[in-house]
Every structure is written in C-alpha cells, then in structure tokens.
Design a protein around this ligand. Structure first.
Ligand SMILES: [Ca+2]
Ligand SMILES: [Ca+2]
Ligand SMILES: [Ca+2]
Length: 170
C-alpha cells in the first residue's frame, strides 16, 4: 500500500501533513519538519528536525518503507556532507534522534537516489507500529525560495512552501 501526499505548510517554521491511506482510510501517518535547518539541529545533537509518526490504523499494520522526495523542486537536494561555505556545505548524514521509537537496528536500509533528491528508509518487519515515531535529522539544501549562499538554510516551513512529497508503504 503506497500513498503519496504533499507536505503542507501549517505554521511558520513547521510543515506537517496527515496522510490517509487506502484500505485504511483511518490510517494516519504524519510527517513534521520543524526548525531552522536540519544541519543546525543535528549540529546541536538534537536530530529531531523530521518526525514521522504512525498515528493510527484500524489494522495491525506496520510501516515498511518511507520516502521523502524533493523532486518537485529542481534545485533542492539532500546533503550528506560537503565542504564549507558553498551550496552543499555543512552537510550532515542521516542521524537518529535520541527520542526516536525506532532504533538503528530496526532500520534495514537507507538510500539516496535520483540526483540526491529521493531519500528512502526501509524498516525491519513489524518494527514501526502504531503509536511510534521516527525522529531523525538529515541535511537538505535549497528547499524553498532561498537561493545562493543562504540556500543552505532550509527551515521547516520551506518544505510546505516547496510542496515536498513524502510517502509510506505499509
Ligand atoms: Ca548543507
Ligand atoms: Ca529552491
Ligand atoms: Ca541545510
């Protein structure tokens, strides 16, 4: 089961959306992007810029796979690392937040494809259930209207402005 939904802007600095899936119209998954920039958030050891929450489902199902896709924005990309003071600077690789319900051992694969625009996380069987949240940081650059030097800062709200997509497979 796969559903794709736009990440909508609901408040300054925060993008959050509820995603409802097929069989389970009552299945709700949310993704929140909140903060000044995921890189800065990770720099301070928080790694909670992104929060993927499995809120509710009538069925005993689990999230098998999560994808965050920046391709609606031609210049945006995930920055796992890079040099200083350039676009692509101050990169941070994917890192788990300390309050994540999902452990590193429950993540079976992380990949970056499509010109660094598609970030995919796969989970172990029955690892990501209702009531659990994956909290993580991974740097992005040039999401939203900022260009040039300041394009390395992507506030949470930029993900809503840019119509960034996310999807899950149950
Ligand atoms: Ca960067
Ligand atoms: Ca942009
Ligand atoms: Ca950034």
């Amino acid at each position: 089961m796969k559903t794709v939904k736009k990440l909508l802007l609901t408040a300054l600095g925060t993008a959050i959306v509820a995603l409802s899936t097929g069989k389970a119209e009552a299945t709700t998954v949310t993704l929140k992007a909140e903060g000044f920039d995921s890189m800065l958030n990770s720099f301070f050891g928080q790694n909670d810029f992104f929060e993927l929450s499995f809120v509710d489902s009538p069925d005993d199902v689990f999230i098998d796979k999560f994808t965050l896709d920046l391709s609606r924005e031609p210049d945006a990309f995930f920055d796992f690392g890079g040099g200083f003071f350039s676009q692509g600077s101050f990169g941070t690789p994917p890192q788990l937040g300390s309050n994540s319900d999902i452990s590193a051992a429950e993540i079976t694969n992380v990949s970056l494809t499509n010109n660094k625009q598609t970030f995919t996380v796969n989970f172990a069987d029955a690892a990501f259930g209702v009531g659990e949240t994956l909290e993580f940081g991974v740097d992005t650059d040039l999401v939203g209207p900022m260009t040039g030097f300041w394009g390395f800062i992507d506030p949470g709200g930029a993900f809503g402005l840019a119509d960034i997509m996310f999807s899950v497979e149950l």
